[in-house]
Design a protein around this ligand. Structure first.
Ligand code: AHM
Ligand code: MG
Length: 346
């Protein structure tokens, strides 16, 4: 197939989205939401690349609702992401890692999709110019939140309604994706018909389709855990980790790789196979990663690629969130590797 293509023939994210719309896989509103997300990602990519020049490294001085230091770029990226979504006119509610509560979008025109996102994940890596990424998930509008926001005097009620609409299990996701800011800027997307990878062409300023229907290998020899927490893990997990020091099914030893940036660690796992894990430990009872805008979107993507996302006992996509910033342990990657850790934890 590829050889028949003229070398001038490329598929950009924009034309790909329009084709999906023509085929009826997504509607026109979703196309606009996804296009606005890709614009936000291009903007963030450029901010990240120029950060040391434009004095955007370092901390902002504020702490977010989860008690984490906000980096300047966390704050700026959140603004970029929110503004792009709001001005798309097709988003009803947005929930972000960097906002205390979900925000109802007053200027919504139609569509009213619910978008959850982490605008700049792995930002502890930023000052050393190591990979970071943005993660997002899109849910269909929920009637709870469709009541006229502008007319509602009771802000507490609006807030409550928004929390209810946003707290959906990942199995309801219509689309999910991430953008990785690395040696290339990579945009990965699923709308429930497989996983598509686009690479930002810096010459055109467009995301160009570079891989389609990605399938994660069934097993892999790379594991990515923050082993610095080993002493805080429970015994079952310790014995799993010890087992990884024994040669794998191939007879060769596993390799340890850990960037400390979910998007980077996940993207490598998706392409090469293996497992990424962020377990619970004595200090963090539910691990570190957030269900809504980190674990659920990544689990939707991995399942679309034939892999598995688990909290060690159950499918991440089946978990019903009760809070916006709820944390959950995450084991994600090749089917055989995730099943292996589940066996140890059982
Ligand atoms: P963040 O959303 O505050 O950036 O935190 C999430 C990040 C993930 O990207 C990464 O996998 C993990 O935190 C690393 O945590 P640790 O430094 O504890 O290993
Ligand atoms: Mg994050």
């Amino acid at each position: 197939e590829a050889s028949k293509k003229s070398s001038y023939e490329i598929t950009t994210l924009t034309t790909w989205l329009l084709k999906q719309e023509q085929a009826g896989t997504i509607d026109g509103e979703m196309t606009i939401v996804l296009a606005s997300i890709s614009t936000a990602c291009k903007q963030i990519a450029s901010l990240v690349q120029r950060a040391p020049i434009s004095n955007l490294t370092g901390v902002q001085g504020a702490v977010n609702v989860q008690g984490e230091d906000q980096k300047k770029l966390d704050v700026v990226s959140n603004e970029v992401f929110s503004n792009c979504l709001k001005s798309s006119g097709r988003t009803g509610v947005i929930a972000s890692e960097e906002e205390d509560v979900p925000v109802a979008v007053e200027e919504s025109y139609s569509g009213n999709y619910i978008v959850v996102f982490d605008p700049l994940d792995g930002s502890s890596n930023i000052d050393a110019a190591v990979s970071t990424g943005s993660i997002f998930g899109i849910y269909s509008p929920n009637d709870e939140c469709l009541a006229d926001i502008a007319d509602d005097q009771n802000l507490d009620q609006v807030e409550q309604r928004c929390i209810v609409s946003v707290c959906q299990p990942g199995s309801n996701l219509l689309a999910a994706g991430y953008c990785m800011y690395s040696s290339s800027v990579i945009f990965v997307l699923t709308i429930g018909t497989g996983v598509y990878v686009f690479t930002l062409d810096p010459m055109y300023g467009e995301f160009v389709l570079t891989q389609e229907k990605v399938q994660i290998p069934k097993a892999g020899k790379i594991y990515a855990f923050n082993e610095g927490n080993y002493a805080l893990w429970d015994d079952k997990l310790k014995s799993y980790m010890d087992s990884l020091k024994e040669p794998g099914p191939s007879g060769k030893p596993y390799s340890a790789r850990y960037i400390g940036s979910l998007v980077g660690d996940f993207h490598r796992t998706l392409l090469y196979g293996g497992i990424y894990g962020y377990p619970r430990d004595q200090k963090s009872k539910n691990g570190k990663l957030r269900l809504l805008y980190e674990c659920a979107p990544m689990s939707f993507i991995v399942e679309q690629a034939g892999g598995k996302g688990s909290d060690g006992h159950q499918r991440i996509l089946d978990i019903m969130p009760t809070e916006i910033h709820q944390r959950v342990p995450l084991y994600i990657g090749s089917v055989e590797e995730v099943e292996k850790v589940e066996k140890f934890l059982a």
